[in-house]
Design a protein around this ligand. Structure first.
Ligand SMILES: C[S@@+](CC[C@H](N)C(=O)[O-])C[C@H]1O[C@@H](n2cnc3c(N)ncnc32)[C@H](O)[C@@H]1O
Length: 281
């Protein structure tokens, strides 16, 4: 067989955009836009966040006491809270007011007075108005694909406009060092969708993201973080996460719970693997 000539003109951003526009792992609200987190959901998220994960990231990033950090898609503060104890200042951006409220209550409890919250979609954030013009460290933890979203209404219909290139160009504009973290472990949701007999369209994987970065002229470093999974939650926690995304009927809940109970090791005992792309500007 004659090997195919490698395509040199593949538009990786277009591939990424097409995958995002039909990805089954994106939670959508009743209004058709990205689902917003309630305060209880945000608290639950923080409660089950992995404590070893920010520690491993701190080891990699090596925050200096004079550093200004920008945490985009910060959620309830999984990274912003521990980083604020080491850095001079942290700016935390998130589109969810529920997530930011939980971040603020935890910042108060741990007496971190150096966190500023910005409640906006990343692509709508105005540089030098909502955030500063320069940060020593920019981090997007477990959120990079979603940070590329922007809500639009076309002919009265909700529409997500996806641009990873736009989101990353903006990070580069303000950041001296940029860190993007993402799950490398198996995509557990795909298995659950199979059990439910539903079609599943996955996230674009990190290879696709790498190719988009490469075509933007970025040559990222790549690190892997391996963790035990001791705080990932039990079957009930997983059921809540799956329901958040897939809106299960009662019958489906029973089916998923039974599946989770029979596959504990795969779901919450297995080790977690994280990938980190990072570079200096
Ligand atoms: C999976 S959570 C990650 C939270 C946290 N960074 C972590 O490491 O656990 C993704 C977060 O990104 C936020 N988000 C989603 N799309 C966003 C956007 N376009 N701009 C800003 N935040 C966004 C969500 O509200 C959510 O809090």
């Amino acid at each position: 067989m004659t090997p195919k000539k490698p395509a040199t003109d593949t538009d990786w951003h277009n591939i990424w955009q097409r995958m995002m526009s039909k990805c089954s792992a994106i939670g959508l609200g009743e209004n058709g836009y990205l689902k917003q987190w309630s305060i209880d959901e945000a608290r639950d998220y923080l409660q089950h966040a992995h404590t070893e994960y920010p520690e491993a990231l701190i080891d990699l990033i090596k925050i200096d006491a004079e550093d200004a950090v920008l945490d985009i898609g910060c959620g309830p503060g999984v990274i912003a809270l521990p980083f604020s104890k080491l850095a001079k200042a942290v700016t935390a951006v998130d589109s969810s007011s529920g997530m930011l409220q939980v971040l603020r209550e935890n910042a108060k409890a741990q007496k971190s007075g150096n966190i500023v919250c910005v409640n906006k979609f990343w692509r709508d954030v105005r540089v030098s108005v909502d955030i500063n013009t320069e940060y020593d460290v920019v981090v997007s933890s477990n959120s990079i694909n979603l940070l590329a979203s922007r809500e639009q209404t076309i002919n009265g219909k909700p529409l997500q406009d996806w641009s990873l290139v736009d989101a990353i160009a903006k990070m580069n504009h303000v950041g001296k060092r940029v860190y993007l973290t993402f799950h490398l472990s198996r995509d557990s949701f795909s298995e659950v969708f199979k059990v439910l007999g539903r079609e599943y369209n996955p996230w674009p994987n990190h290879m696709i993201m790498h190719n988009v970065l490469y075509q933007m002229g970025i040559r990222p470093n790549f690190n892997v973080i391996a963790l035990s999974n001791r705080r990932a939650g039990d079957s009930e926690t997983w059921l809540r996460r799956i329901d958040w995304l897939a809106k299960l009927s009662l019958k489906e809940e029973e089916l998923v719970l039974e599946y989770l109970e029979n596959n504990k090791r795969r779901f919450y005992d297995a080790h977690q693997l994280w990938g980190v792309f990072w570079w200096r500007n």
